[in-house]
Design a protein around this ligand. Sequence first.
Ligand code: BJ8
Length: 425
Amino acid sequence: MSEEDRKMWSDLGMDLQAHDQLLDVLANNYRETYMSQENRPKSTQYFDFVMNGIHGQRVAELLKEKEQGRKIVGSYCVFVPEEIVQAANATLVGLCSGADFAMEEVEKYLPRNTCSLIKSSLGFKLGKVCPFLESADMIVGENTCDGKKKFYETFSELVPNMYVMDLPQVKSEQGKELMRAEFYRFLQSLQDITGYRVDVESLKQGIKTVNEKRKAIHRLQSLRKADPAPISGLDSLLANQIYLYEDPQRFTREVHKLCDELEERIERREGAFPANTPRILITGCPMAVPNWKVPYIVESEGAVIVGEESCVGERGNRNLTRDDGNSLEDLMEAILDRYFQIDCAIFTPNQERTEHILDMAKRYRADGVIHYGLQFCQPYIQESFSAEKALRENDIPALRLETDYSQEDIGQLQTRVEAFLELLD
Ligand code: BJ8
């Protein structure tokens, strides 16, 4: 890290000592998890470059955009419509955190039985170690699960620029109406902070930018159907994680470059793992950087992850937004239609998610499915039972894992994954 980076973090009011510790842990974790992989496609060097500058180069770019009048919007959920943010001359960055930090402090604010994702998000604020959070002009919290809803109440007392978006829990006409009203209120609030009036042209451009990014990741996902899989699940997960805060145009360009290389690998039947390696679909809670624990275990036990039914994965990027409207209302409706299809477990009933899990297992030719649940996550752990039942009824082996961000259960997880993989032989 350069002196310039340190000055930037200090100007943002961060705790440099605590941040150094976090970066050390992150660098070690990345080296052990990612750099130890064999047969990585060359173009994954782009991921190394992004991860290397995760709190440096990307943040400096965002601050430069800010100097030119653009705003930064932080978010904890894929329900926040990026198209509208882009159209309002702002940049969206994901803030979910994937590592424990300042846990003693966190438990002064939140009950112990809160999921790691929420605890970590608070820990990064209390520890003053997240430059994205500290540079955001608006932080959007969304009313999804109970844990997040109550967390945002607490968080509002710590961050002055919190914006809470209400969301429906039922996919009814009334639910859609609520989401519509909330998307318009969000549009208005963005215009208020950016001083920028969203029109048909800017909204079309916003849709185009985000759709292009989605098309690139769809292409990557589709190439993972090949056997041998041309890229590891770990690297594909990283693409989905970077997707949430990387510059959209650069991300799109680099992921297409990676896909060109993967197509050549497929042609040569060259894989990240040998042909006939057991293929696993992961489903469940989102995995934010640097939460690579379960994928690392799965792939070091000799399987390859071929898809993620997750918000950091296909649930988050599944559909494109229609761009054929000729009025602001048409385009807003297209955005609403796209986001209303996200089948997060906070919806009830949520049969579409089970159908998507089955569909993905078939499309990616998965030999088995692992349901990844964060401890104390009621919505996903509850749904893991119905998902498992549906998978078994379709003769697809399933394993339910429940874990957190600690390293303490690694041995136990390895044993369970190993036993599951033996079943697939
Ligand atoms: S759309 S999955 S990103 S809410 S793991 S905090 S659900 S207790 S993250 Fe999510 Fe949006 Fe839904 Fe996706 Fe609560 Fe569960 Fe914790 Fe979770």
